[in-house]
Every structure is written in C-alpha cells, then in structure tokens.
Design a protein around this ligand. Structure first.
Ligand code: ZN
Length: 285
C-alpha cells in the first residue's frame, strides 16, 4: 500500500502538472464521475490545489468541487507529456485529466469520488489535517489523545489507524517503533506519555524526511524513490528493520525478527534486544 509520503509526493507532482492550467479533457471509466462531469464539466476549470490527506489524494477544482481518490493497494497516478507512451495498459486507465501540456492518468485507482464543497469533510473518512503527520496543522496533543484511547491495542497496529494518526504506513510503522526502542507488540496502556510523545515525534520526523524536496522543479511521477530512515547514504542501508528479517540489527547485531500482526495481518519487523517488552517478556518472531 502506498504510504503517506508516497501520496504526498504524488500530490506534489500532480500539483506541478495541473495547478493553474485550464483543463482541456476529463475522462473516466467510472459512471458516477462521468455523470458528474456531464452535469458540471471540468474542462475549462483549473486545478486550484492538489493535496494528500492521509491515504487520500484530493484534486480541488476552481469550480469548488474536489476529486478524491484513494489508492488502496493497486492505484497510481502517472504524468505524461502528450504523445508519450503510457507505462500501463489502457485497460488499467480509470481517470484522465489533461491540460495543454500534460496528460495525468489514474491507473487502477480503486476508489474515486467527486465531492461538492460541503461533502468533503464528512462524506469520506478523510482524516482531518490535525492528525495528518505531513500537515502543517498537525496537533501532537490531539493525536496523543486519540492514541491513548486505544489502550488495549498493540502500538504496531494503532500506528496504522488512519483515524488516530494519518499518513503512517506499514514500512514506517516498524521503523518508528525501532527508533523509539518500542516493542511493536506492547499494548498502548503500557506506554507512558513520554514514550507516546516520542512515537508521535518520530512518526512526523521519519515520514517528513521522505518528502524533503529533492526533485527541483522536475515533474516526477508516481513510483518514487526509496524510503530512508537511517542516515546511511547506501540505499540498501536505508531502513533500520523493515524487510530485514534474519539480518543483524544495525545497532546491536541481534537477528531482526518478523511477525504477522493484528486483525489486518500486517507484517512487522523488530529487534528483540533494542525493543524489549516493558515487562521483559519476549515475543517470538
Ligand atoms: Zn538491536
């Protein structure tokens, strides 16, 4: 699943291609979007803003309406010049937005809705900006309050709740737990406030570090570069624990563990020595 930083970069790239340029063509294979466009043509409008909200990508049009897409596992947005060859088959195309310079294509976007202004916040489970790790409005106290309400859940699961803290995906979940020396399987109730604060701070820092501007004014397409949470310049050394089962911990040399966690059966990586359970027990992986 694309993580918050991937959606953020997609939004930034789409923004560069779309904002301020009159739309010349809108097409979709989704009947509801097509009907919306029949009633309220997007051609002739401009794009005012493109933003990520957790896992949602929002394209705001000058007419006041918003196209909200959710990538889930399969979706992606690509940006092409006119006449450039698409990287995916036409049959994967769900949405096309064109202007004089660019063709932006939503491939296999599984969820797409056009929203009137009053529908935006309530119609979708779009997280408010105050709990989005990439938003300037981010409110750590609000997030800490939401997180502490999940006291009987494991922290590794809670970090993935988009209604608790938005924008953290499965890769960062493991990395955030590692850098704060938190065992991903411990219950929220066993964490003190200082630990909760550190987790939230790490979530912001790690996810934000992955959206640092590194592409100048270039139009970059979906697919992005490698995530990085360590300070190593070698790309293969860019993550602390994620994807490293059986390899030595970069801090202590202990074997990195891997285990399926939670109701959604997401994979979790951790170091037993650097991330002990508060009561000293061990979780096997
Ligand atoms: Zn370790």
């Amino acid at each position: 699943m694309p993580e918050g930083d991937t959606i953020f970069r997609t939004a930034r790239a789409l923004g560069r291609a779309l904002i301020g340029r009159p739309i010349t063509t809108f097409r979709s294979t989704y009947a509801l979007l097509t009907r919306f466009n029949d009633d309220t043509p997007l051609a002739g409008q401009t794009v005012d803003r493109v933003e990520s909200r957790g896992k949602w990508l929002l394209i705001h049009f000058s007419g006041g309406d918003t196209l909200a897409t959710h990538m889930l596992m399969s979706g992606s947005w690509h940006i092409y010049r006119h006449g450039e060859r698409w990287q995916q088959p036409r049959t994967n195309m769900r949405i096309v937005l064109e202007n004089a310079e660019f063709v932006t294509v939503g491939f296999r976007v599984p969820v797409a809705k056009m929203l009137r202004p009053h529908e935006l916040e309530r119609a979708l489970r779009i997280p408010p900006t105050i709990i989005d790790v990439l938003s300037d409005d981010f409110d750590a106290n609000e997030v800490s309050g939401r997180l502490l309400k999940c006291r009987n859940e494991e922290i590794g699961d809670v970090l993935l709740h988009q209604e608790t803290i938005a924008g953290v995906g499965n890769v960062f979940k493991s990395e955030i737990c590692f850098v704060t020396a938190t065992n991903p399987f411990c219950k929220v109730a066993s964490l003190d406030l200082q630990r909760v604060t550190a987790l939230i701070e790490a979530a912001r820092r790690l996810v934000k570090a992955n959206v640092l501007e590194d592409s100048g004014d270039a139009i970059v397409t979906y697919g992005g570069r490698k995530r990085r949470t360590t300070h190593e310049s070698d790309p293969s050394a860019s993550l602390w624990v994620y994807g490293r089962a059986g390899e030595p911990c970069r801090r202590c040399g202990e074997r990195i563990r891997r285990r399926i966690q939670g109701p959604d059966a997401r994979v979790t990586f951790w170091c037993q020595r650097c991330q002990p359970m508060p009561d000293g027990s061990n979780v096997d992986g």
